[in-house]
Unconditional design. Sequence first.
Length: 85
Amino acid sequence: MFVHGNLSSKDWWREAIAELGHDYRVFAVDMRGYGNSSYNQPISSIEDLATDIKLFCEKKELTNLTIVGWSLGGLVVMKLAELIP
């Protein structure tokens, strides 16, 4: 799974997805308020974004995955590591 940085979207990872998609199941998410996502509830912390991704993983039943974050996405992934043991 790829998590984009600030002022970006999942499109940032397009080339990586194209390369890895042949051999792996690859996800890239638009964090709340970025790209094609909604912004129905304002973000108050990095944990809000990490929780959104945690819920996505639970909905997709993703239990064994590698997550890569860039810039803001790196902070979100570190917080996500606290939320998902």
